[in-house]
Design a protein around this ligand. Structure first.
Ligand code: GLN
Length: 190
């Protein structure tokens, strides 16, 4: 797996945890903060954090347009939590659209205050049972027909794949299970 270069968006949020797990799996990580950091990537990770802040920083940094273009051109992209919100074509109850490359509707902070953070274990298609850590997480309310649903929790969609884009409500980088990142790296290698 040597020479797989993954850009991890490092404007805000839990980017270091993705770098750790990807590096352990054999990838080389580059922190993405400005357009020049996007050169020569085999894959891209959009971490969790705060999507409103991340969206603003995408604009300020000049990353918005080149990043969006790379994703629509097919660069394998793994987005977790706030990253999923950045990709979504629609955010329930909001007119804001960030990158808008993934044809799903997400509901932010979907689990409310009482149950804002929790851990569960459910199957993920093609991966098997996976420990899912949710932190003020969104879920996916609706998908276009050609979006593949990879996992549900309590009937709500929490993982999808749409061509080169994988969107997760939960945080695989905070678990000890590298299987999702390894599967993603396999996608980047192809
Ligand atoms: N609640 C955050 C948002 O709406 C996402 C939380 C997370 O990334 N853990 O952006």
């Amino acid at each position: 797996m040597i020479n797989i270069k993954i850009g991890v968006l490092a404007l805000q949020g839990a980017f270091m945890e993705h770098e750790r797990i990807l590096t352990e799996a054999g990838a080389v990580c580059t922190e993405v903060r400005r357009p020049a950091d996007l050169t020569g990537l085999d894959g891209l990770v959009l971490p969790g954090g705060e999507s409103t802040v991340q969206g603003q920083l995408l604009q300020k940094s000049g990353l918005f347009a080149p990043l969006r273009e790379l994703i629509t051109d097919g660069l394998p992209t793994l987005a977790t939590c706030a990253g999923l919100i950045l990709l979504a074509q629609k955010i329930r109850g909001s007119s804001v659209i960030h990158l808008g490359t993934l044809p799903v509707t997400v509901k932010r902070n979907a689990y409310g205050r009482q149950l804002s953070s929790f851990v569960t274990e459910e199957p993920v298609k093609g991966i098997g049972s996976f420990p899912m850590i949710f932190i003020r997480a969104p879920y996916i309310e609706r998908t276009a027909e050609n979006v593949e649903i990879l996992a549900k929790v309590n009937g709500n969609i929490v993982a999808v794949k749409y061509g080169n884009q994988i969107g997760l409500s939960f945080h695989p980088e905070l678990s000890d299970n590298p299987n999702i990142h390894e599967r993603f790296l396999a996608l980047c290698r192809d």
